[in-house]
Design a binder for this molecule. Structure first.
Ligand code: KIV
Length: 271
């Protein structure tokens, strides 16, 4: 049914083909071996080892505290599970904004120590020198524009970005810049659907949206949000495919009850 279904390994070139053929790209986050294995075996095209691990795995309020070593730990765990999906790793805050030499060193560490397929960086013109230097080492880059959570202290809120024409114009120009630099795709986060569709139509490389409507080349969600593990986060763009929070509570509640009532373990569950 899907063109990409029979492809044994998703590469950046496959994503390009998918854009050309009009097949949407499905991307989800994963941060550990077990979840990554399920995602890969389910046929997800791209796994993002997002710095959202800072929120959903470590419990921080923002994505800023997560370190390069922690991202490499998550990425290595994911890589041990994945056979088919393309794995992209977020470069954490502070590892690429300073200077391009440091950016390249950080990207090389991610690629060498985790075995991932690509990295993702947030921003446009401000970070283009780092983008070019990383690309020159043969490391594929996924850009990220619109709401860029690593800049939360500059924005002040997580509201929709680029509603104003000046910001929309910068986003259009940043998207072109990232494409010309050689990025294989761009994540567009929380921007008006019409702008996302316009930018998508203007680019040769695929766009992957989150809160950016349907006129993009693919979609990404945070796994814990779409599975309903995380109950506090309910933005309009989020579709919940499950209520794992309730499921897990139910299962844990049954286990507690079984232990306390001596129902578990029974005769067949012991040696
Ligand atoms: O870190 C992350 O999960 C992300 C996605 C929201 C795109 O960057």
């Amino acid at each position: 049914m899907y063109l990409s279904r029979d492809i044994p390994k998703i590469t950046t070139h496959v994503l390009q083909e998918m854009k050309l053929k009009g097949e949407k790209i499905a991307m989800l986050t994963a941060y550990d071996y077990s979840m990554a294995k399920i995602l890969d075996e389910s046929g997800i095209d791209v796994i993002l080892v997002g710095d959202s691990a800072s929120n959903v795995m470590a419990g921080h309020k923002t994505t800023l505290p997560i370190t390069l070593n922690e991202m490499i730990y998550h990425a290595s765990s994911v890589m041990r599970a994945v056979k088919r999906s393309l794995v992209v790793v977020d470069m954490p805050f502070g590892t690429y904004q300073g200077n391009s030499k440091e950016a390249l060193q950080s990207a090389i560490r991610i690629m060498k120590e985790s075995g991932a397929n690509a990295v993702k960086l947030e921003g446009g013109a401000e970070i283009v020198e780092s983008v070019e230097r990383i690309l020159s080492a043969g490391i594929p880059i996924l850009g990220h524009l619109g709401l860029t959570p690593q800049s939360i202290n500059k924005f002040g809120t997580y509201v929709v970005r680029a509603r104003e024409e000046r910001e929309a114009e910068k986003l259009r120009s940043d998207a072109q810049l990232l494409q010309e630099a050689g990025c294989f795709g761009i994540v567009l986060e929380k921007i008006p659907a019409a702008l996302a569709a316009e930018v998508t139509a203007s680019l040769r490389i695929p766009t992957i949206g989150i809160g950016a409507g349907s006129g993009v080349d693919g979609q990404v969600l945070v796994l814990h949000d779409m599975l309903g593990i995380n109950q506090q986060f309910s933005p309009r763009f989020l579709r919940r495919y499950h209520n794992l929070y309730e499921e897990i509570r139910g299962a844990v509640g049954s286990y507690i009850n079984d232990v306390k009532t001596l129902d578990f373990p029974n005769e067949r569950e012991q040696y």
